[in-house]
Design a protein around this ligand. Structure first.
Ligand code: CA
Ligand code: CA
Ligand code: CA
Length: 232
């Protein structure tokens, strides 16, 4: 009798749990953050899109504040407005269903890994009003961070692990292969020598175009950069 009572008590604790099931989600993806060179030196233009997936049929306010950081320093704040009815199915099986009717870039969000069930088509949201993109100064190796947070008065976020992304700014290439301070044909000869098996006295990475191979394509890419072209 005692054992049975204990079992019922334990069951009550489990079923009476206060944890709400996740049925909507704000998220960010690195692929939705675009970083392009600004006309001013050492600066980039950062554009941000967020994603909302919502299973609630009632009108739900999932508006968000978006913050952009460079190396931990706040460089911009924007607002993603989303007040809509949810309940979008994925028109097929989860999570591979067709979400194209929901707008460009919409995908089927599986709620199981978030602590929910089923899935919903996400909606890609761009900042409205005020700022739609930000210009920021970066250094080689800088890290751009973006986070979303519920706008005051909107629904709280239940699954927050996907609410922040970090994107490293790519290191520009260094065409000074022989590290003598000049960028000229000697660097081409040096790279040809290293690729041919010669001593790599400066320890450069001979895969100049970063395609995984060290070959004549790297020499061609280097010649282009020395001639004033962009880094590969
Ligand atoms: Ca989230
Ligand atoms: Ca050189
Ligand atoms: Ca290469």
């Amino acid at each position: 009798m005692f054992a049975r009572t204990t079992a019922i008590a334990a069951l009550t604790i489990v079923t009476g749990s206060a944890f709400a099931q996740v049925d909507y989600n704000r998220s960010l993806r690195a692929g939705d953050i675009s970083i392009s060179p600004a006309p001013t030196p050492d600066e980039v233009i950062i554009s941000v899109k967020g994603r909302i997936a919502n299973q609630r049929r009632a009108t739900t306010n999932l508006s968000s504040v978006v913050r952009v950081f460079v190396d931990g320093e706040l460089v911009g704040v924007g607002e993603l407005t989303y007040i809509r009815q949810g309940g979008q199915t994925c028109n097929g099986s989860c999570p591979t269903g067709d979400c194209s009717a929901n707008g460009t870039g919409s995908e089927c969000s599986d709620f199981a890994p978030l602590g929910g069930q089923g899935c919903a088509c996400d909606v890609v949201v761009t900042p409205g009003g005020g700022n739609t993109h930000w210009t920021a100064r970066v250094r080689p190796g800088s890290v751009i961070g973006v986070e979303v947070e519920p706008l005051p008065g909107s629904m709280p976020e239940m699954f927050t692990a996907d609410d922040v992304v970090f994107i490293p700014v790519e290191q520009p290439c260094d065409p000074d292969m022989n590290q003598d301070g000049n960028i000229d044909q000697d660097d081409v000869l040096f790279l040809i020598s290293v690729i041919g098996g010669g001593d790599n006295l400066t320890g450069i990475d001979p895969d100049f175009n970063r395609d995984g191979n060290a070959d004549q394509d790297d020499v061609l890419a280097l010649i282009q950069v020395i001639g004033g072209g962009d880094c590969p």
